[in-house]
Design a protein around this ligand. Structure first.
Ligand SMILES: [Fe+2]
Length: 171
């Protein structure tokens, strides 16, 4: 039995949200690659930008195949934690470029984990609605998001070391 119109509309809405997110991330990752210093991280961010282009195109094609309108909007990429009073203190501290790089790298990690969760959900939704081919594509994307998150986690000590280089033995 094909999915009901309502379920299909809701599926398309989630696909378009993901599409708007990927569209924003392509630019975001390019900016992040320009901001970081370590060559290995820079290269990995650019490689993931290329993967994100593919993710964006896959979502666009899937929405089109459902005879729906792919969104042309780009989401805005925001830090994962809202700034309150503590945020203002942090913002003052972040006048140091190294602190900003550290903070942004934590946000990058959160973002990739969010994406992995999102594609996990899309995989399940697609499967439940009977779109097995979509599910296979989303599962492949989910694995790329996870791999990126794992890379960032592995790389985190290098970012911290840059922000807070080890002192000579403290007295
Ligand atoms: Fe990603």
């Amino acid at each position: 039995m094909p999915p009901s119109t309502t379920d299909l509309d809701r599926y398309v809405m989630h696909l378009n949200h993901a599409l708007a997110m990927e569209a924003a991330l392509v630019d975001h990752l390019e900016k992040r690659a320009a901001a970081v210093h370590q060559p290995e991280l820079k290269q990995r961010l650019l490689a993931h930008r290329d993967e994100s282009v593919q993710h964006r195109n896959a979502l666009h094609d899937i929405v089109t195949s459902l005879r729906a309108e792919p969104t042309t909007a780009a989401a805005s990429v925001q830090p994962p934690v809202a700034t309150g009073l503590a945020g203002r203190v942090l913002a003052a501290l972040q006048s140091e470029a190294e602190d900003r790089l550290l903070d942004d790298s934590l946000a990058d990690y959160a973002l990739e984990q969010y994406e992995a969760a999102l594609y996990g959900a899309l995989t399940q939704i697609a499967r439940n609605l009977g779109y097995g081919a979509h599910a296979g594509r989303f599962e492949a994307i989910r694995q790329q998001e996870r791999a990126m998150a794992e890379f960032l986690a592995t790389h985190q000590p290098a970012i911290v070391r840059e922000a807070f280089p080890p002192e000579a033995q403290a007295a």
